[in-house]
Design a protein around this ligand. Structure first.
Ligand SMILES: [Fe+2]
Length: 275
């Protein structure tokens, strides 16, 4: 089973936009590195609701910036597709109020999934409110890098309500490789063991951050071949298609091959309903 990641769903790859690359050349270097790792698609997820380079980052202009980078890639025959997205700062409720009409705030502009991050070093008290607000609008929230939040590191169950409510977790490749410190790594491993993680992506801002391909083997060892394939290959593809996505549990002996493609994995239902 080839689990080489083809889609990176969280990356700051647009030049001169947020705290990602300063120049087009730096951005292209990130793109070339992504291709070398086996990636075919990178979602540009610039920060939205935060200030960088003397301006408040917002959704207008992201499509154009993505198209410009795509043109530069075509001119250099670099085989990488850039898809628009954004990483929305929680707390800026007016941003969420604009969804789903402002599709530029959502993944691939489909109004189905939105990537959100906490404004603090911790998971905020109002986190569940934001999850509910998005779900009431038909949007599945994807929580960016939960392993970096101090209260989640202390007790991963901090996010249990959100996960059971249907929020999806995206952990960062660099947390698993250890480049972000022991606390991040331990928390990421625990979230994976809990069967709560749906995605692993780079959150790269330059060419030094770990890529999803760097931690495929570790996830295979931890959860099994099938689970790794779901996290690295199937879930990112389904998400960009706007299909349903579930958290991924470790492979079990009662093989899930006979399940319908969009059925919730048994492990997830078992945790939800005790079956
Ligand atoms: Fe990010």
């Amino acid at each position: 089973m080839d689990s080489t990641p083809k889609i990176d769903i969280h990356c700051h790859i647009l030049p001169d936009w947020d705290d990602g690359p300063d120049t087009l050349e730096q951005s292209l270097a990130m793109c070339e590195r992504a291709v070398q790792s086996g990636l075919e698609t990178v979602v540009a997820t610039p920060h939205i609701g935060r200030e960088f380079r003397g301006r408040e980052c917002d959704s207008p202009g992201i499509s154009q910036a993505v198209a410009q980078l795509q043109n530069e890639l075509a001119a250099r025959q670099i085989p990488l597709q850039i898809v628009p997205g954004g990483e929305i700062l929680m707390g800026t409720v007016d941003l969420f109020a604009r969804l789903p009409a402002d599709k530029a705030l959502s993944y691939a502009h489909k109004g189905k999934f939105a990537l959100i991050e906490s404004p603090f070093a911790a998971w905020p008290d109002f986190g569940m409110q934001i999850v509910n607000l998005l779900q009431n609008k038909g949007i599945t929230p994807i929580l960016a890098h939960p392993e970096r939040y101090i209260d989640v590191q202390k007790d991963p169950k901090t996010l249990e309500k959100e996960v059971l409510q249907g929020a999806l977790l995206q952990i960062t490749a660099g947390a698993l490789t250890g480049e972000m410190g022991r606390a991040n790594r331990n928390c990421a491993l625990q979230l994976l063991k809990n069967g709560w993680v749906s995605f692993i992506s780079s959150d790269a801002h330059n060419t030094s951050h770990a890529l999803p391909a760097d931690c495929v083997n570790e996830v295979k060892k931890l959860l099994g071949e099938r689970a790794a394939h779901t996290i690295f290959v199937e879930n990112p593809r389904k998400m960009l298609e706007g299909a349903r996505v579930f958290p991924v549990s470790a492979d079990t002996n009662d093989d899930e091959d006979d399940e319908a493609p969009n059925e919730a994995p048994r492990g997830f239902l078992r945790r939800l309903f005790g079956k």
